[in-house]
Ligand binder design. Structure first.
Ligand SMILES: [Ca+2]
Ligand SMILES: [Ca+2]
Length: 177
């Protein structure tokens, strides 16, 4: 496993542990979904509902595949296995990525404006400098927007165990030194 992938997994685990108790459980994903939906007041109800469902679906996939001791929680040791068989999470991660990116497309233009991107990523728990670096790495257009597809692809790529030098590496705190 590449060092960058390990770093990203550590960051993601800390973010997913929304209630900060050191383990992942269903409550974390409900809390995160609530924060994310609150961050985009202009989004339509269908997009909000889809995002909440996608967060739950992602948790269901995670706990189903990674909870090896069957306590309905995913410890960090259990979570690290996510990069060993990423294909097992393709469907749930894809739905999660699409729902999150579409939630940010408030006007239905197929693009996400920087302020909305920042609000969503802040709600998930990323740090502001990292968020802006990632947005810039996605190559925003002249109106400072990135496409929904670019962002969704970036979310998928973030979990690739063999990737390095990808846009998502900007989310690892050390990238902003
Ligand atoms: Ca937790
Ligand atoms: Ca467990």
């Amino acid at each position: 496993m590449k060092a960058e992938a390990v770093s990203r997994v550590s960051v993601v685990f800390a973010l997913f542990d929304a209630n900060g108790n050191g383990e992942l459980e269903a409550d974390d994903f409900d809390l995160m979904a609530h924060r994310v939906v609150q961050a985009v007041p202009g989004a339509d109800e269908a997009a909000k509902g889809a995002a909440v469902e996608a967060f739950r679906g992602y948790w269901t996939a995670l706990v189903g595949e990674l909870d090896t001791d069957l306590d309905n929680k995913v410890s960090f040791e259990e979570f690290k296995a996510i990069v060993l068989a990423p294909e097992r999470f393709d469907a749930a991660l894809g739905a999660f990525a699409d729902a999150l990116a579409h939630l940010g497309d408030v006007d239905g233009s197929g693009t996400v404006e920087r302020p909305v991107f920042v609000a969503l990523m802040t709600a998930i728990g990323f740090e502001l400098p990292n968020i802006h670096k990632l947005f810039d790495a996605f190559g925003p257009d002249d109106d400072d927007r990135v496409t929904v597809d670019t962002w969704a692809a970036g979310i998928r790529e973030y979990y690739a165990p063999d990737a390095s030098g990808i846009a998502g590496d900007h989310l690892v705190p050390a990238a902003v030194a």
